[in-house]
Design a protein around this ligand. Structure first.
Ligand code: UDP
Ligand code: MG
Length: 322
């Protein structure tokens, strides 16, 4: 149970199978936060971990009044974990930070300073990334630039979820009920005064990435589909272009038949045209499917996450939907 003092700062830490880093994250976060001499809370969101993360968190919550733990009933994903943390946070400023210490906790005081100076959103902007694969860096770099091109929202490049949000922004975000949420986009979308704080992204302290390729693809698709109609527009444009080309070719064929005596040939060209256009049609159907799937998710209106139990909070809500 909490000690009843209302925290000013809430730190939200999503954790999925992070047993090897939690002790160290806790140590470094506590060192940074206690130095500020202002009431704070550390909300760890255990996103259905299969290792000993749950026990470690319960232990911490039992020993330290500042630590609170939310345990999901299963793995709902990083973005849902962040949402849950924000829903349960009581502070005036809420900081979201990864558990693996890639976002250095020592940057938090700088964020708080900018917040005190009047910023409502302070986002961490990565100057460089240490110890990540070339593939990850390259795909991330491309993703943020493509995202910027295809959306109408000014989503800052090279910005992760490491950020500070003012209470006003958190309350606004809580009113957004999207299922497949892409937090970075939503934070940009809600507006308010936003300031970057630059930092160097460290290596993961221990363990390995919880974002396999599959999750990266889902994440990228969520980002693009929830902020852009561009893929659908590409379908329309390509369709129009193909029709125009086919029409031109039709004229050529008709002229050939009327004015020349070349025999009908072109098995190869026919087959390749069919294959190419079928391929494009399939891809476009898939694209449309991505949107329809997401519409389906919204329509079902299921909760974003399910909290199986919570530790260290003053009130103990069991199930809360996002
Ligand atoms: N995470 C989570 N649920 C997931 C995947 C990841 O809560 O399904 C958390 C993870 O514990 C970490 C953060 O999200 O605190 C970022 O994940 P990770 O460090 O594995 O991603 P990367 O830094 O490799 O992009
Ligand atoms: Mg990481």
């Amino acid at each position: 149970m909490g000690d009843g003092i209302k925290p000013v700062y809430s730190i939200v830490i999503p954790a999925y199978n992070e047993e090897s880093v939690l002790a160290e994250s806790y140590k470094r976060l506590t060192a940074v936060m206690s130095a500020l001499e202002t009431p704070y809370e550390l909300i760890f969101v255990n996103d259905g971990s299969l290792d000993t993360t749950a026990d470690i968190l319960d232990g911490m919550a039992g020993r330290d009044n500042c630590v609170k733990a939310l345990h999901f009933s299963r793995n709902f994903g990083h973005q849902a974990a962040i949402s849950a943390g924000m829903d349960y946070a009581a502070g005036e400023a809420v900081v979201i930070i990864d558990a693996d210490l890639q976002d250095p906790p020592e940057v938090i005081p700088k964020m708080i300073e900018a917040w005190r100076a009047g910023s409502e959103v302070v986002y961490g902007k990565r100057l460089s990334r240490k110890g990540e694969t070339v593939f990850k860096k390259l795909t991330a770099r491309m993703f943020y630039r493509v995202l910027r091109k295809v959306t109408n929202v000014d989503i800052p490049v090279d910005t992760g979820d490491f950020r500070l949000l003012d209470r006003k922004v958190v309350d606004t975000m809580k009113r957004i009920s999207e299922r497949n949420r892409f937090m970075r986009g939503l934070v940009a979308w809600v507006g308010f005064s936003q300031t970057p704080v630059e930092y160097v992204r460290d290596e993961r302290f221990a363990g390995e990435t919880k974002y396999p390729f599959r999750k990266m693809v889902k994440f990228a698709l969520d980002g693009i589909t929830s902020f852009s109609y561009m893929p659908l527009r590409i379908a329309t444009t390509l369709g129009a272009a193909l029709s125009a080309l086919s029409f031109a070719y039709l004229i050529v064929i008709v002229c050939q038949a009327l004015f020349t005596n070349t025999t009908i040939q072109g098995w190869a060209s026919t087959v390749s045209i069919i294959l190419i256009s079928q391929g494009i049609i399939m891809m476009m159907l898939g694209m449309i499917g991505e949107y329809i799937g997401r519409i389906f998710d919204e329509i079902k209106g299921r909760p974003l996450y399910i909290v199986a139990r919570s530790e260290g909070f003053d009130t103990n809500p069991i199930l809360k939907d996002g």
